[in-house]
Design a protein around this ligand. Structure first.
Ligand SMILES: [Zn+2]
Length: 388
């Protein structure tokens, strides 16, 4: 009798375990396979993929779309990379907003919305991340994948005991072998992230990119926040942008890329190509360790009483009040800073002019919301819709 009861309890435990396994497996698969629609703006003349620049990446998870906005007028070429860290959603939203609305009138803009696609196919279940978030548009809700800082272990496994950065030999944390802001300039036979970095370096070379902008968000407990980090090849432009925006529009700092810290975009892209790199950081309270409930609301509003409390105790490097840091402001900061960089780059490098049009103003993005600038994919010809 007693033995029978034991078997029944074991059977129930097994059934519950199998139920959890199957239901979470389905949720993970749905997230991994969900595709975000992108309406190609009038400025987009071609959509390539990263595998066009490095064949072995073709057809893999990280064969991301490469959007070409070409004015047809000779000038400079700007590369914009979003979602290098896919848990920083203002970055892919800013990149997508540019693809859907902007154009170049001199030179070219090249955009990657999900630079490390693999990282956008996984979240951080142990940190209770939501899998998706939605943005209100004029035509309904638009759904996006939330992601993680690192490439998905399903695509890149196992991690080494210690990650030895190539080619510097610097020792980095093991999981950073999947972190696209630690694997520049990459190598053709390395980890997925190293191969993806390598492919972007080939793109930069083949397309003759003159300037690269790498978009990020950071926690307020992190000292590199609300700032521009620039390679020495773009210090003049970055300093002027920081001064002008801070004096006239919003506060944004400026830092010089450290010479001895390896694997980062703002160091290695400039050192290993003809394109200096500028990295932009926006404030994202969702990433703070001291945050409260980690849900979609926090992701979108950036309002959190625990992060505010940390600020009262002087533990933060960036201000926060009850208004938080809403996604509209974070995207607006990125989009406006990019536009300002093109203005200043053109002033300092007239032979590599990048003149852009169709960027909404900072106030328009904050007042109307970024959703206002995403277009309804069901109302355009299907050859003008791409999927991320
Ligand atoms: Zn980042």
């Amino acid at each position: 009798m007693k033995a029978n009861r034991e078997w029944i309890i074991k059977g129930i435990a097994l059934a519950v375990w199998a139920g959890v396994l199957v239901s979470s497996g389905i949720a993970f698969a749905q997230h991994r396979q969900y595709k975000e629609a992108v309406v190609l703006g009038a400025g987009v003349v071609d959509v390539r993929t990263l595998g066009d620049y490095f064949e072995p990446l073709k057809g893999t998870t990280n064969d991301c779309n490469i959007y070409i906005l070409d004015s047809g007028v000779p000038g400079g070429t700007l590369l914009i990379m979003g979602a290098v860290h896919a848990e920083e959603p203002a970055t892919n939203l800013a990149a997508q907003l540019i693809v859907e609305n902007a154009s170049a009138t001199t030179g070219r803009i090249i955009v990657a919305i999900h630079e490390n696609r693999s990282g956008s196919t996984v979240t951080r279940p142990g940190d209770a991340y939501p899998q998706f978030f939605t943005i209100e548009t004029d035509w309904g809700e638009k759904k996006f994948r939330m992601g993680d800082r690192w490439a998905n272990p399903l695509d890149s496994w196992p991690d080494p005991e210690t990650y030895v950065h190539y080619p510097s030999g610097q020792l980095l944390a093991y999981m950073d072998v999947r972190n696209m802001n630690r694997t520049w300039p990459g190598r053709p036979n390395g980890s997925l992230a190293e191969r993806t970095s390598y492919a972007f370096m080939r793109l930069i070379e083949e397309e003759g990119v003159d300037l690269t902008i790498d978009l990020h968000e950071a926690e307020l407990e992190y000292p590199i926040i609300g700032t521009i980090v620039a390679h020495q090849g773009a210090l003049d432009v970055a300093a002027m942008v920081s001064m002008m925006l801070t004096a006239q529009e919003f506060t944004i700092g400026m830092e010089i890329s450290p010479l001895a810290l390896h694997g980062l975009s703002h160091r290695e892209i400039g050192d290993f190509s003809d394109s200096p790199c500028i990295l932009l950081e926006a404030p994202e309270p969702f990433l703070d360790r001291v945050r409260g409930v980690t849900d979609e609301a926090l992701l979108l509003t950036g309002q959190d009483e625990f992060v505010m409390k940390a600020g009262e105790h002087g533990l933060l490097y960036w201000p926060i009040d009850e208004n938080g840091w809403p996604i509209d402001i974070r995207v607006a900061r990125h989009v406006r800073t990019i536009e300002k960089i093109t203005e200043l780059w053109t002033r300092f490098h007239p032979d590599e002019a990048m003149v852009v049009a169709g960027f909404p103003t900072y106030n328009e993005m904050v007042e109307l919301g970024v959703g206002h600038f995403f277009h309804d994919p069901s109302t355009v010809s299907q050859d003008r819709v791409a999927f991320e």
